[in-house]
Design a protein around this ligand. Structure first.
Ligand code: SF4
Ligand code: SF4
Length: 256
C-alpha cells in the first residue's frame, strides 16, 4: 500500500524519552543522526529555513563521498549547534513526520543531541551564565548594578574584556537593563466586566517574559494601555519564572 505523505494533517509529536538512559547513549544518537541526515540530504526541502540545513548540505557536498557517510562524526555537531529549536521544519515542511513510517522529528533529534552534549559537560560556562536570563535580570535590576551594567554594555574597554572572557563580540548590540522591571511597575486594570468573545475568554493574564520584564518594559506597558483602551480586564500573573527556552536550547533538560 502506498505510504501517505506526513504533515498533510497536524503531525503527531511523540514525547521526548529524556529520562531513559538510552536517550543519552552517544552511539545510539549518532546512529539516528546519520539516518536522519541521510533522509534530509535526499530531500533538502528545508534549505531556506535556518542555518542547520545549509550546514548539513555543505558538509555532504564537501565530503569525499558526497554522501552522509563521508562526513566526519565530529562535524555532526556543527548542524546541531545551528538549530535554535524553532520547530518550523517539523511543523510546516517535513513530509516524513509521524505518522509517516520514517518517523522524522528533526527538532527533537537536535534537542536530544544538545542534551547529550550538556550531559557530557561540553557546554561552556559563558553559555550557562548567559542562559540564566532570570538570575541575570534580577541581579542587573538592583539599583546601581543597573547603571554599572549599562555602562559596561556601552563601554568599549569593558566590551573588549567581555569579548575575551565571555566571548560576546564587542560590537554585538546588547540590550540595556531597565531601571524598573515591568512586573514591579505594571498596573493593568482588572475592573472591567468580562465580555467573552467567540473564541476568547475576554480577560487576559500577562506573562511578561524575561526580555520585557528586565530589558524592554515599555513593550509590556504598551500592551497594558491597549488592553485598557479596549476595556479588557487584565492581571500580571502572580508568579513568574523564565520560560526555560534558553536552558532548553542548551540541552539542560533538568533545569527546564
Ligand atoms: S527547528 Fe532547528 S533545524 Fe528546524 S527549522 Fe528550526 S532552527 Fe532549523
Ligand atoms: S526535515 Fe524533512 S523536509 Fe526538512 S530536509 Fe529533512 S526530510 Fe526534508
Amino acid at each position: 500500500m502506498a505510504q501517505r505523505e506526513g504533515s498533510l494533517e497536524a503531525p503527531t509529536r511523540h514525547a521526548l524519552d529524556w529520562q531513559n538512559p538510552k536517550f543519552y547513549d552517544e552511539a545510539d544518537l549518532f546512529h539516528e543522526l546519520e539516518r536522519v541526515y541521510d533522509i534530509c540530504h535526499g530531500c533538502r526541502r528545508c534549505v531556506s529555513l535556518c542555518t542547520s540545513f545549509p550546514t548539513l548540505f555543505d558538509l555532504v557536498d564537501e565530503s569525499p563521498t558526497m554522501e552522509v557517510d563521508g562526513i566526519k562524526k565530529e562535524d555532526y555537531w556543527k548542524v546541531v549547534d545551528q538549530c535554535y529549536l524553532c520547530d518550523l521544519c517539523f511543523m510546516t515542511k517535513c513530509p516524513y513526520v509521524p505518522p509517516h513510517e520514517w518517523n522524522l522529528d528533526f527538532p527533537h533529534l537536535m534537542l536530544r543531541a544538545k542534551a547529550v552534549k550538556f550531559k557530557k559537560g561540553e557546554v561552556k560556562f559563558r553559555d550557562k551564565l548567559l542562559s540564566s536570563t532570570d538570575a541575570l535580570g534580577k541581579l542587573a535590576s538592583i539599583p546601581v548594578v543597573t547603571q554599572v551594567t549599562n555602562f559596561a554594555i556601552n563601554n568599549g574597554a569593558a566590551r573588549s574584556v567581555m569579548d575575551g572572557v565571555l566571548e560576546i563580540h564587542k560590537e554585538r548590540k546588547m540590550p540595556e537593563y531597565a531601571g524598573r522591571t515591568f512586573r514591579s511597575s505594571a498596573k493593568p486594570r482588572n475592573d472591567f466586566p468580562v465580555k467573552p468573545g467567540e473564541r476568547t475568554p475576554g480577560k487576559v493574564a500577562i506573562y511578561s517574559t524575561c526580555y520585557v520584564n528586565y530589558n524592554e518594559p515599555g513593550i509590556g506597558h504598551d500592551l497594558v494601555k491597549l488592553l485598557e483602551h479596549n476595556e479588557i480586564p487584565a492581571v500580571v500573573v502572580e508568579k513568574e519564572a523564565c520560560c526555560g527556552m534558553p536552558k532548553l536550547e542548551l540541552g539542560d533538560l533538568e533545569t527546564v
